[in-house]
Design a protein around this ligand. Structure first.
Ligand SMILES: O=P(O)(O)OC[C@H]1O[C@](O)(CO)[C@@H](O)[C@@H]1O
Ligand SMILES: [Mn+2]
Length: 448
C-alpha cells in the first residue's frame, strides 16, 4: 500500500486553533454574515408589512430575535443545540449532533469553537433556515437574494464578453480540430474555475462581482493554478471507452450570479460541440453559504439572460431554456447538499444520490465548500493524494474546480505547500490560487 494510503485520517479543521482561518471565520466572518441577515430583515420591514400586514411584522420581529440568539450562542461559544423546526432533514441533523456528542467525551467540546468547522458553518446556515421556517408567512424569504441579484447585475459586462466569446466559438465549431476544441474547453473550464472567486461568503456579503473580461485575464491567472488535470477531464469526456450510452456530465454547482453563468456557458459548449448529450446541475434546496445557487436562482438567471437586450446573452438564454425543456439539461437539489456530511459519508447517508451520480461520466464539483467536503475538511498533509483524501468517495470520475478559501489542500508535489506557506502564509485562504483536480478509481492512468 502506498505510503499515503496508510495515512491515518487526520483531525477536522476547527476554530479551537486560535488564529487559524477556521477561528477567524467563526469569530468574525460568520457573525458578520448573521448581522447582515438581521439588517436585511430590518430593511425589508415595510415590504413584509405591505405584503402580509401585521403578521408579517410580527414574523420579522420573531425571526430577528431567533437570529440574535443564534449570534449570541456563537459568539459566546455555547454548545450546539438540536433543531426544532420539524423539517424533514431536522432528524438527520439531530442524529448527526447526537453522534458528535457521543464521539466527544467532554460535552464542552460540542460548542461552536470546539466542533469541526465544516459542521458549525453548515449548521449556522441551517439555523438561519430554521429561524425563517418557524415564522410564517416569511418562511420562504431568501435573505441572501439581494446580494446574489446585485452581484449578477454588476457582472453584466463580463457576462456579455463571455456569451459573445461562446457565440464566436459556436460559429466555427464545425471546422475546429479536436485540438482546437480542447483549447476552447480549457479556456471555458478556467473561466468556470475563476468564476468561483465571486463568492459572497468569503467576502462576508461584500460585493464580489466579476468586473473584468474573464477570457482576457486567463493567461495572467495561469501561474496560480496549482494542479491542472484538464487533460484528464478531456480524455474522460472524449475517450472511446465511454462511447456507451450518451455521455452525461453532472455539475455540482456553487455560487449564483457570474459563477453560475460560467457553468452554463461551459455546459452549453460541451453540448453544442457534441461532447456530452446530457448535463445535470445540482444546486441547494434552501439559501446556503450566502451565494450558493437555489432553484429560484437557477431559473431566474436563465429567464434574466433571455430577457436581456444584449443579442448574444439573450440568444444563450433562449437556448439554455430550450435545453431545459428538451431535458438535455436538468436541475436537481437533493437535500444531502445542505447537510454537514463529508462526501465519503454520502453512500451511507444518501444512497439514492450516490447511485444517481454513479450514472454520470464525469461529476464536476465547483468551489471551496465542495472541496472541503470531498476531502473531509481535515489537516491532510499537502502531499497526500487527492484519491486518498476522498476515502472511498468515487461514484464516477470526478473533478474539483476550486479557488482556495480554506486551509486544506492535497495532491501537491512534496514540499510545494511548505514553499508556498513560507512566501505567502495566506495562500490557502486568499482565493488567489486554484486547482483543477481529477480523480477516477477506474481510469488506469489515475491509480492512487
Ligand atoms: O462558495 P465557495 O467557493 O464554496 O466558498 C465558500 C467558502 O467560503 C468560506 O466561507 C470562506 O472560508 C468557507 O467557509 C467556505 O468553504
Ligand atoms: Mn458558495
Amino acid at each position: 500500500m502506498a505510503a499515503d494510503q496508510a495515512a491515518q485520517v487526520p483531525p477536522s479543521l476547527s476554530a479551537k486553533v486560535v488564529g487559524s482561518f477556521a477561528y477567524l471565520t467563526v469569530k468574525d466572518r460568520m457573525p458578520t454574515i448573521l448581522t447582515k441577515v438581521i439588517d436585511t430583515l430590518h430593511r425589508n420591514k415595510d415590504k413584509f408589512l405591505e405584503e402580509y400586514g401585521k403578521e408579517g411584522i410580527e414574523a420579522e420581529k420573531q425571526t430577528i430575535a431567533l437570529l440574535s440568539k443564534l449570534r449570541n450562542e456563537m459568539q459566546t461559544d455555547k454548545p450546539v443545540v438540536p433543531l426544532t423546526d420539524g423539517l424533514p432533514d431536522a432528524e438527520i441533523w439531530n442524529r448527526y449532533l447526537q453522534r458528535h456528542r457521543q464521539v466527544e467525551e467532554d460535552q464542552e467540546a460540542v460548542s461552536w469553537f470546539k466542533s469541526p468547522w465544516l459542521y458549525v458553518e453548515c449548521y449556522m446556515y441551517r439555523r438561519i433556515q430554521e429561524a425563517l421556517w418557524l415564522n410564517p408567512p416569511i418562511s420562504d424569504y431568501d435573505v441572501f437574494n439581494e446580494g446574489k441579484t446585485l452581484s449578477f447585475l454588476e457582472s453584466q459586462q463580463a457576462v456579455m464578453a463571455l456569451c459573445t466569446y461562446l457565440e464566436e466559438v459556436k460559429k466555427k465549431t464545425e471546422e475546429l480540430s479536436k485540438k482546437e476544441l480542447f483549447l476552447h474547453f480549457k479556456k471555458l473550464l478556467q473561466v468556470s474555475l475563476w468564476g468561483n472567486k465571486c463568492d459572497l461568503s468569503i467576502s462576508a456579503g461584500k460585493d464580489n462581482s466579476q468586473k473584468t473580461d474573464a477570457i482576457d485575464s486567463l493567461s495572467s491567472l495561469q501561474p496560480f493554478i496549482l494542479v491542472d488535470d484538464s487533460d484528464l477531464m478531456w480524455s474522460t469526456l472524449t475517450s472511446a471507452e465511454t462511447q456507451g450510452p450518451p455521455r452525461r456530465l453532472d455539475i455540482v454547482l456553487d455560487n449564483a450570479s457570474f459563477e453560475l453563468i460560467t457553468d452554463l456557458v461551459l455546459a452549453d459548449f460541451l453540448v453544442y460541440a457534441g461532447i456530452v448529450r446530457e448535463v445535470r446541475f445540482h444546486g441547494k434546496s434552501f439559501p446556503w453559504f450566502v451565494s450558493d445557487v437555489t432553484a429560484n436562482d437557477f431559473h431566474w438567471t436563465i429567464k434574466q439572460t433571455m430577457a436581456t437586450n444584449h443579442r448574444w446573452i439573450s440568444k444563450c438564454g433562449v437556448r439554455w431554456q430550450s435545453y431545459l425543456k428538451e431535458g438535455v439539461w436538468s436541475y436537481h437539489d437533493h437535500p444531502f447538499w445542505t447537510l454537514p456530511h463529508e462526501f465519503c459519508e454520502m453512500a451511507a447517508a444518501a444512497p439514492d444520490l450516490y447511485a444517481a451520480l454513479q450514472g454520470s461520466d464525469l461529476v464536476v464539483f465547483k468551489g471551496d465548500l465542495n472541496y472541503r467536503k470531498l476531502t473531509g475538511d481535515r489537516y491532510w498533509d499537502h502531499a497526500v493524494s487527492f484519491g486518498t483524501s476522498l476515502r472511498g468517495f468515487s461514484p464516477a470520475p470526478l473533478c474539483a474546480l476550486r479557488t482556495l478559501k480554506a486551509n486544506i489542500q492535497v495532491g501537491l508535489q512534496p514540499g510545494r505547500g511548505e514553499r508556498l506557506s513560507s512566501v505567502e502564509p495566506d495562500w490557502m485562504s486568499s482565493s488567489k490560487y486554484a486547482v483543477i483536480q481529477f480523480h477516477s478509481s477506474t481510469t488506469p492512468w489515475q491509480q492512487d
